[in-house]
Design a binder for this molecule. Sequence first.
Ligand SMILES: [Fe+2]
Ligand SMILES: [Fe+2]
Length: 275
Amino acid sequence: MIDIDRRDFIASLGGAAAVGLMSHEARADELEEELNRRLQLAQAPAQAAESSGFPTAAEIDAQITTRSYRRGAGRNFLNTDGENVARLPAMPAAPTFLDFFELRFQSSNHCLQSANKAMERGVDEEIVLACLLHDLVQVLMRTDHGYWGAQLFEPYVPERTSFAIKYHQALRFYTDTEAGYEYPDLYRRIFGEDYVPAPHIQADYAMLRDHQWYDAPREVTVSDLYAFDPNAVVTIDPFVDIVGRHFKQPKEGLGNDGSTVAHMWRTIASPDAPL
Ligand SMILES: [Fe+2]
Ligand SMILES: [Fe+2]
């Protein structure tokens, strides 16, 4: 049995106020990460003695068979704490983005904080929208979420917005001090301190360095990093007009418009469908 000191754990997450603002899923994820980290340290005392406190990539890899699920699974499809899932509220017949935001994108607080930060920084509306959308697809799929997210929103938002969503994932692995972005400790914790990004991430980073729109995904990462303010009070209200101006809502409703991504919206709407 591994013991975790409750006060230490809460402090490591930014204090009680920060924990109070985290979603149930986020708290469960953090607890699971911490338990797995301690398990690894307990099993590898020699390595732990030399460790910086972050796991190695090999230690992260060794955790795969300690779970009953895979880490890439969308948050709406499982409870990582082992509890039963809740019944989801019914969706309207022709759901809008705001319906999905309210009824299905359950971990939206982080994205709201990110969009708020971007707005405070004075960035343009296409990028504020990218910040608002950047991690929402994690209800469906966490693995490669930038790419999944860009695909989900691409038919409905400006090209620069989906570009920013797609590539924020790659740029999060690369420090840009001039832009105000440092490699996050969170990534040392969840990927391992010696993790090397996958070849497609490396290739996309090389491409982005010379791209005219580099600043778009970079701005998402800058607003992303500071999007965990425990005192932030955020709602969708300041962004409703931006969504109205830049999100092309199909009149049939998302999932019913016959687009190439309609099935993705239907899957988010109806995750209990067995096939
Ligand atoms: Fe992200
Ligand atoms: Fe994020």
